[in-house]
Write a protein that binds this ligand. Structure first.
Ligand SMILES: Nc1ncnc2c1ncn2[C@@H]1O[C@H](COP(=O)(O)OP(=O)(O)OP(=O)(O)O)[C@@H](O)[C@H]1O
Ligand SMILES: [Mg+2]
Length: 434
């Protein structure tokens, strides 16, 4: 029996395409972003009058509609200036070097006579000169949008931004400007002073959506996708409330709703209720964690497993020394050579960055400072997902031990972890491992 043919294709819920709720779809209207749209239009309309706008920085937490709003406004601008503007929206997770950005910009300005620049082989100087040449030979405004600009700066420092700002200076008509989008405004502080002031000449803030706004957004987005009355009002409210708690993330609200609709369709239901939303919430959370763990390199899985087991055994956050000892035990049991404690320190920092663990520095008085590792309440699920992975088949953990030698060092005798005073800093300190 073919399970795909066994599924009913008809459903009594959808009236349109569910893809419309997905992340890559840019809606025509963005409720509750009227103010930000207006500000953007106000800043960019000078391009229509041949006056160059200042560079802009757009800031707001994840899912606050930054990318969609900028895409929406710039597409209206392109529509208003056909052939006179080239808007390039580049996500810096993908375009993470000045080289890849410049190649893309030059190639986006190709005419029939221009050759396409290869992805490697040309020097940056040559690409830059070619970009200037192409810009000068055409009456066109170049609006460069660097989405997730903090990622570019994190990887390369100020230099790429400096080059793009310089581009505007080097063009005779100064017909280029920059919009940076970020959910981490702190990156600005790390920028070279000259770059900093020029990049953030103007900032537009995107505040998080509240539950009432998220309700409107969901209602607007499901309109035409789902039949009237197929979604109970309380289900929409629950999606909005959950997403409002997660810093007003519209993506989360829409994902929850989409997943709830999928559950209802799969199970042949006629209505989407709070129950489907609750199930969708569980599925989304679990899936994210599982996928994150699946994607980890093998030694990171070992270190994560060691962090979980060390904490479970001693019922308190673990010292990095304990995590390292148990990591070596795991490697031994599975037939892998352990990495050095320094490398494991780096892995712990990476795991902290991806939100799987928290590492902090504890001040142990006369014993000095040490780093400790805390695994959140999802440790059971983490363990389950790690052990599901192929590398762990046959793993029993016989060599994992409680490292009693560390207990005498632990400052807080009731095993709850160090007190606030003990934690002198939450910054990473790879030196303290070992
Ligand atoms: N006001 C709105 N109306 C309708 N849909 C919205 C609105 N705001 C955001 N969305 C939708 O929510 C999702 C997330 O929005 P978007 O990608 O623009 O957020 P972001 O601020 O760029 O987030 P991140 O910082 O994570 O990149 C998208 O699917 C978008 O279409
Ligand atoms: Mg975005």
């Amino acid at each position: 029996m073919n399970p795909f043919l066994d599924r009913p294709l008809e459903n009594s819920i959808l009236s349109g395409d569910l893809k419309v709720l997905g992340g890559s779809y840019i809606p025509d209207t963005l409720p509750h972003r009227e103010e930000q749209i207006q500000k953007l239009v106000y800043r960019l309309e000078s391009i229509m009058r041949n006056i160059n706008p200042s560079n802009l920085l757009i800031y707001g937490r994840t899912g606050s509609g930054k990318t969609s709003t900028v895409a929406h406004v710039t597409s209206m601008l392109s529509e208003a200036l056909p052939g006179k503007i080239s808007v390039k929206i580049l996500n810096c997770q993908v375009y993470d070097s000045i080289y890849s950005i410049m190649v893309t910009l030059v190639n986006s300005l190709s005419t029939d006579e221009d050759q396409s620049i290869p992805l490697s082989g040309w020097t940056l100087d040559r690409i830059y000169t070619e970009l200037i040449r192409r810009m000068e030979s055409r009456e066109i405004y170049l609006l460069i949008v660097l989405d997730e600009i903090d990622k570019l700066v994190q990887k390369n420092g100020s230099d790429p931004i400096y080059v793009l700002l310089k581009l505007a200076d080097d063009l005779k008509r100064k017909n280029s400007s920059l919009i940076g989008i970020t959910n981490y405004i702190g990156f600005v502080e790390g920028l070279d002073a000259r770059v900093q002031s020029r990049l953030s000449q103007e900032t537009i803030m995107f505040p998080p959506y509240n539950a009432v706004e998220l309700r409107d957004i969901i209602k607007y987005r499901v309109n035409g996708v789902v039949k009237n009355d197929a979604i109970e009002d309380s289900a929409i409210s629950l999606c909005a409330a959950i997403a409002a708690q997660e810093h007003g993330d519209a993506r989360k609200a829409l994902d929850l709703m989409r997943m709830s609709i999928e559950i209802a369709i799969r199970e042949g239901m006629e209505k989407i209720t709070e129950k489907e939303v609750a199930r969708a919430k569980d599925m989304l959370e679990i899936n994210v964690l599982r996928e994150t763990i699946k994607g980890l390199p093998v030694h990171s899985k070992f270190v994560l497993l060691s962090s979980v087991l060390s904490q479970e055994i001693s019922r308190r956050p673990s010292f990095t020394g304990e995590v390292y000892d148990n990591y070596c035990a795991i490697c031994g049991e599975l037939g892998y050579s352990p990495l050095t404690s320094r490398r494991v320190g780096d892995i712990l920092s990476d795991l902290d960055d991806s939100g799987l663990i928290v590492t902090k520095i504890a001040n142990l008085g006369r014993h000095g400072r040490t780093r400790y590792v805390e695994v959140g309440e999802k440790h059971e699920e983490m363990k389950k997902y790690i052990l599901e992975e192929d590398q762990f088949s046959g793993f029993h953990g016989q060599k994992i031990g409680r490292q009693t030698r560390f207990d005498s060092d632990w400052p807080d005798k009731d095993r709850k972890g160090p007190s606030a005073d003990d934690i002198s800093s939450a910054t990473m300190d790879p030196e303290s491992i070992g």
